[in-house]
Design a protein around this ligand. Structure first.
Ligand code: SF4
Ligand code: SF4
Length: 209
């Protein structure tokens, strides 16, 4: 799941200050699950834009904004998009980019894309994976330090953890504490014996959201 959050409405209004006849595109995948691009949020956005003097010509919520085949497929769902002079996409950056690729109408984002995360037992969990392109999460018991340790340490903890909490993200448990417990539960402490060399690490850690 791509984790995104809604931009402040004032920022969206500023983005759209020279635009009118706006069409809104939501996303029934991640953004809907995160309550930043499903029907309730899209209709609320329509109302708020209209209250602020903008004409909203229509809206649509594709099953996934990042998987829209063509402009015609959007027209099929709601022909009012032909009247649009601007499109507001309530999805992650991937959805915004895909929509921008199928139309010449200016496309604006309503969300900030933050990380690759997930949702479990009703809880949204950000930064599960840093999308390094070389998945080695098995060595860490399925808990990725590239995505979840603020220092992206692969050879064990930094030593700054206090009472099991991360010294950087102090409200979170130290990722290495969790990795050790998990490997212990799996009976695979041997995996911790692997030493990651600089050349193995280099190029794997591409980003941290
Ligand atoms: S090893 Fe790479 S691909 Fe696998 S979870 Fe971590 S960051 Fe993501
Ligand atoms: S306390 Fe743990 S999670 Fe935090 S930076 Fe250090 S090793 Fe990483």
């Amino acid at each position: 799941m791509i984790i995104s959050s809604a931009k402040p409405f004032e920022e969206i209004l500023k983005l759209l200050k020279d635009e009118d006849d706006i069409f809104i595109i939501g996303c029934n995948a991640c953004a809907a699950k995160l309550h930043v691009g499903g029907e309730p949020e899209v209709t609320m956005m329509q109302q708020r834009l209209e209250v602020n003097g903008k004409n909203v010509v229509g809206w649509v919520i594709p099953s996934a904004a990042c998987s829209v085949a063509s402009f015609d497929s959007l027209v099929e769902k709601n022909p009012a998009i032909r009247e649009a002079k601007a499109i507001l996409v309530m999805a992650c950056g991937s959805g915004v980019s895909i929509i921008a690729g199928v139309t010449d109408i200016p496309v604006y984002p309503s969300n900030n894309t933050e990380s690759l995360g997930g949702r479990s037992q009703g809880e949204v969990i950000p930064r599960l994976c840093a999308m390094c392109g070389d998945c080695t999460v098995y060595y860490f018991g399925g808990i990725c330090p590239k995505g979840q340790c603020p220092k992206q340490l692969l050879n064990g903890p930094c030593g700054g953890s206090m009472e099991g909490k991360c010294e950087v993200d102090t409200d979170k448990d130290c990722v290495w504490d969790r990795i050790c417990s998990r490997l212990e539960k799996m009976g695979r402490q041997d995996l911790m014996e692997k030493v990651w060399l600089a050349e193995e690490i280099e190029g794997q850690i591409l980003c941290r959201n």
